[in-house]
Design a protein around this ligand. Structure first.
Ligand code: ZN
Length: 306
C-alpha cells in the first residue's frame, strides 16, 4: 500500500499547499503544517486530502457579511488586518477559505463516521466582525452552524478561545470550554461557559488534573458533537506559551479527550490550533501525536466504510 493512502483509515484535510506571503522573521510558524502532513503521511494511518474551500454563505452564518466581503476584497480596515497579524494577499484569502473548508469537511466526516480532522483551523481568536491573533474566520463557530447540532467546543490551545466564547455567548446550544494561560494573550478575556485559567509554568500534572474535572461537565451538557481545538502551545519552551507541558503530557491530554469522546459516543472534530516551539519540529511532533492518539483510541475499525 502506498504511504498515506490507507483506504480504510479516516481522512484528514490539509491546506498547506496554499502558501501565502509573510515578511521575513514573521512569528507565524508556516512550516509546521507541511511537517505535520509529512509525518502523518509517513505513518500511513490516515488518508490525507486537500481541503475544499469554504463558501461565503457558510462563513456568513457566523460572520458579518461586510467583514467577509472586505477581507475577501482586500479592503479591510488596516487596524483589523494589523490585529490579525498577516499582510493581506490573494493567497491569504485562499489559504483562509481552505482552512475553514477543512474544518467543514472534517465536520461532515465526524457526523458520518464519528471522527474528522483538519490539519489547520482552530482559529479561535476570530470574532463575528473582526479577526485577531492569526485568525481571520472562526472555523469552529462556522462548523457548529454548518452541523446544526448541540455542540461542545473544547479549546485546549494555551490562549483563550475568546472569539469563540463571544460568538456563542448566551447560546444555550453551544458549550464553550477553554483551558488557557491566565497571563497570556488575549489579555482581555471573554467569558466562556467554562474557563479554566492556568498559572505560568503549569505542568502536566496540574493541566491533566484540571482537564479531568472539565470532561464530566461536558458530558453533563449532553452535546451531539465535540469540536476539539488541539493547540499544542502549552508545550514547555513554546515561544508564545508560558506553560510547561511535556510531549508525553500533551499525548495524555489528547488520549483523555478521545477516550472521553469514544466513551460518550460523541463524534469528534479535531482542529490544529497553535504551536510555536523552537525548533518548530517540536511543535510538529506534538500535533502529529494528537492524531496518533486518536488512531490509537478509536482504532481502525471505527473508520472503515468511509
Ligand atoms: Zn495559541
Amino acid at each position: 500500500m502506498e504511504k498515506g493512502l490507507n483506504p480504510s483509515g479516516p481522512r484528514l484535510f490539509y491546506c498547506d499547499h496554499h502558501p501565502f506571503p509573510l515578511p521575513p522573521g514573521h512569528k507565524f510558524p508556516t512550516q509546521k503544517y507541511a511537517l505535520v502532513r509529512q509525518l502523518l503521511a509517513a505513518d500511513g494511518c490516515y488518508r490525507l486530502e486537500p481541503a475544499p474551500f469554504a463558501g461565503a454563505a457558510e462563513i456568513e452564518r457566523v460572520h458579518d457579511p461586510e467583514y467577509v466581503r472586505a477581507f475577501s476584497d482586500g479592503t479591510l480596515d488596516p487596524r483589523i488586518m494589523r490585529a490579525i497579524g498577516f499582510p493581506w494577499s490573494v493567497e491569504l484569502v485562499r489559504r483562509t477559505l481552505a482552512s475553514v473548508g477543512g474544518t467543514l469537511a472534517a465536520s461532515a466526516d465526524a457526523l458520518a463516521t464519528g471522527f474528522g480532522g483538519n490539519l489547520a483551523g482552530g482559529t479561535h481568536h476570530a470574532f463575528r466582525d473582526r479577526g485577531a491573533g492569526f485568525c481571520v474566520f472562526n472555523d469552529l463557530a462556522v462548523a457548529v452552524r454548518f452541523m446544526g447540532r448541540r455542540a461542545a467546543i473544547l479549546d485546549l490551545d494555551v490562549h483563550q478561545g475568546d472569539g469563540t466564547a463571544a460568538i456563542f455567548a448566551g447560546d444555550e446550544t453551544v458549550l464553550t470550554v477553554s483551558l488557557h494561560g491566565w497571563h497570556n494573550f488575549p489579555f482581555h478575556k471573554q467569558q466562556g461557559a467554562i474557563d479554566v485559567p492556568l498559572a505560568d509554568g503549569a505542568g502536566d500534572d496540574e493541566y491533566l488534573r484540571q482537564l479531568k474535572t472539565v470532561l464530566p461537565r461536558i458530558a453533563e451538557f449532553r452535546p451531539q458533537v465535540l469540536l476539539y481545538q488541539s493547540g499544542v502551545d502549552a508545550l514547555a519552551g513554546d515561544r508564545l506559551g508560558r506553560l510547561a507541558l511535556t510531549h508525553a503530557g500533551l499525548t495524555e491530554r489528547d488520549r483523555a479527550v478521545f477516550a472521553f469522546a469514544r466513551a460518550a459516543g460523541l463524534p469528534v472534530v479535531v482542529t490544529l490550533g497553535g504551536g510555536y516551539a523552537d525548533p518548530i519540529t517540536r511543535t510538529a511532533e506534538a500535533h502529529t501525536n494528537t492524531f496518533r492518539a486518536a488512531a490509537q483510541i478509536f482504532g481502525w475499525r471505527a473508520t472503515t466504510g468511509l
